[in-house]
Design a protein around this ligand. Structure first.
Ligand code: ZN
Ligand code: ZN
Length: 225
């Protein structure tokens, strides 16, 4: 029945390419070819930024609680538009596109994680959007890497980050997550989110997981701002 409903929805309102608007797919072949995805071998292993020089200017001098980061692409069209449509316009048909890009970025870590965990949105954000936008991304990566998707974290306190400077963001996020009371935290945890900006959110999540027994935390985002 669900399949019939999906097919009907595709006829009435087909999913459109996040790049050019062409109906039929979330990202058409031409726009996919033109999207500047980050080649993982050339990216900064610490923060996932695309770096041309031998030292990364994005994360210099900063210690992260996570040991490595991977990002699928830069936060620019068509990726940024796909994320906006998915998150803020509740166009959930973009989940598989974003999930598969994220999985590609994590491919070199296959065999490493014991579980994949999403950065949980705040309750207010989940209510506003009507769904948990990061959960589907974690499910896609976990299924692809053949490990469990585990809801290990709760958003404890998450003041708006947008007006804060870099150092304030890290301080702000240090206690932003709690590990769920019934959670069994495995040794190697891969944490995923839609966007990595300063790394403060991932840092806060990694801190909570390490304090609860994780040995190592790596992180991955669809886009690097
Ligand atoms: Zn297109
Ligand atoms: Zn870096």
């Amino acid at each position: 029945m669900l399949g019939v409903l999906h097919a009907f929805a595709e006829i009435v309102s087909p999913v459109c390419c996040a790049g050019c608007g062409l109906p039929g797919s979330a990202l058409c072949a031409r726009c996919r070819a033109g999207a500047r995805l980050i080649t993982q071998g050339d990216a900064c292993p610490r923060c996932g930024a695309a770096v041309e020089a031998s030292t990364c200017t994005e994360c210099g001098g900063r210690d992260f609680a996570f040991s490595a980061a991977a990002c699928a692409g830069r936060l620019e069209p068509p990726l940024s538009r796909a994320i906006t449509l998915y998150k803020d316009a509740a166009e959930r048909r973009y989940a598989s596109l974003l999930g598969s890009l994220l999985l590609d970025a994590c491919e070199r870590w296959r065999g490493w994680p014991d579980a994949v965990c999403a950065i949980p949105p705040t309750r207010a954000a989940r209510v506003r959007r009507g769904f948990d936008h990061t959960e589907a991304l974690a499910h896609a990566v976990a299924a692809g890497l053949k490990v469990p998707s585990a809801g290990l974290l709760d958003a404890a306190r998450r003041p708006d980050q947008r007006r804060l400077g870099r150092d304030a963001r890290f301080a702000n996020m240090a206690e932003a997550f709690t590990v769920r009371r019934d959670a069994q935290v495995p040794g190697h945890v891969l944490v995923v989110d839609d966007v990595l900006t300063t790394g403060a959110t991932f840092d806060g999540a990694a801190r909570a997981l390490l304090a609860a027994g994780a040995i190592e935390v790596r992180v991955a985002a669809v886009a690097r701002a």
